[in-house]
Ligand binder design. Structure first.
Ligand code: CUA
Length: 328
């Protein structure tokens, strides 16, 4: 069969296709109608027969009809499109979290269990998958045609994308934003696996520990533990249970401690000071990479889940180099 559409391999594919077909059908019907009228009028009002057409100089019912009918049709486009847009923009709560870092010209994927891959993304079938993505240089765009999902991957800002693959197989991953000489080569594969096989694959490469553990190690190496202690005595806020919760700031305002907040707190600590603390933290701009930032976020996130909480008695030792990272 002629491949008019890519295979539908995610739960949202059918809905996107249906809307697309509807748009094509309506616009084709209108185009066809206009075309037919042109042909009919050419013959009916040709010069030799009717030299002068009757001019209609204003009709209220006519005006109302040709205003309301297109409005109705466009409202269908709008409501239908917006419904799909909102669904695509809202990842379900217990989605599988995967991190994506784009760079010229490759896709780096980090799984929470510690598996890393380049230009290949393994996902389980019939499970909601949420990607948190960022670029370490220019704008890229993550596109999997078979899933009907696409989202720009920007430097300096996290974007998310979610899908639920429902057909096993290998699908193309494209960069769909021109990003330099090798843009066309910035391609990869998404491998949709049986959930059991995926679990086996996931634990197969876990020797390096979970992504959050990588972040924890880095947290200690950078000396963060000297101020962010797991009690109330630290010079920086205790990070246990912070992620996802509202944080009261110095100026009386409140922010939610999400990925973007944690990222900014590391790169530009002076921007949002937590109430009761002094702006003494140094910036880690240029010191930590995007991958490392994501691992630090994964670590802070892991501190928010009660079962993974670091017990106070078991807190990591303060590294010797800790003092060196403080700001004057
Ligand atoms: Cu990355 Cu185009």
């Amino acid at each position: 069969m002629f491949p008019l559409w890519p295979t539908a391999a995610s739960t949202i594919s059918g809905e996107v296709d249906a809307l697309y077909l509807f748009l094509i059908s309506v616009t084709s019907a209108v185009t066809l109608a206009v075309l037919c009228l042109i042909v009919v009028f050419i013959f009916r009002y040709r010069h030799s027969k009717h030299p002068v057409a009757d001019q209609v100089s204003g009709s209220v019912p006519l005006e109302i009809t040709w205003s309301l009918v297109p409005l109705g049709i466009f409202m269908i486009f709008f409501v239908w499109g917006a419904t799909i847009y909102v669904a695509e923009a809202t990842p379900p709560k217990d989605s599988l979290q995967i991190y994506v870092v784009a760079k010229q010209w490759m896709w780096k994927i980090e799984h929470e269990e510690g598996q890393r891959e380049i230009n290949t993304l393994h996902v389980p079938m019939n499970r909601d998958v949420r990607l948190t993505m960022i670029s370490q240089d220019v704008i890229h765009s993550f596109w999997v045609p078979e899933f009907r999902v696409k989202a720009d991957v920007l430097p300096g800002r996290y974007t998310t994308l979610w899908f639920r693959a429902n057909r096993p197989g290998k699908y193309n991953l494209f960069c769909s934003e021109y990003c330099g000489t090798m843009h066309s080569g910035m391609i990869g594969k998404v491998v949709v696996m049986d959930p059991v096989k995926f679990q086996a694959w996931l634990t197969g490469g876990g020797e390096m520990g979970s992504f959050a553990a990588t972040g924890q190690k880095l947290f200690q190496e950078l000396g963060c533990t000297s101020c962010h202690r797991f009690d109330t005595q630290g010079r920086g806020p205790n990070l246990v249970g912070v992620y996802g919760k509202p944080v009261l700031l110095d100026d009386g305002s409140t922010v939610i401690a999400d990925d973007a907040y944690v990222r900014e707190s590391i790169l530009n600590p002076g921007a949002q000071i937590v109430a009761g603390f002094k702006p003494i933290m140094p910036s880690f701009q240029g010191i930590v990479t995007e991958d490392q930032l994501l691992s630090l976020i994964a670590y802070v996130k892991s501190l928010a889940t009660p079962e993974e909480q670091e017990p106070v008695s078991n807190r990591p030792p303060v590294p010797k180099t800790a003092g060196g990272t403080e700001v004057q």
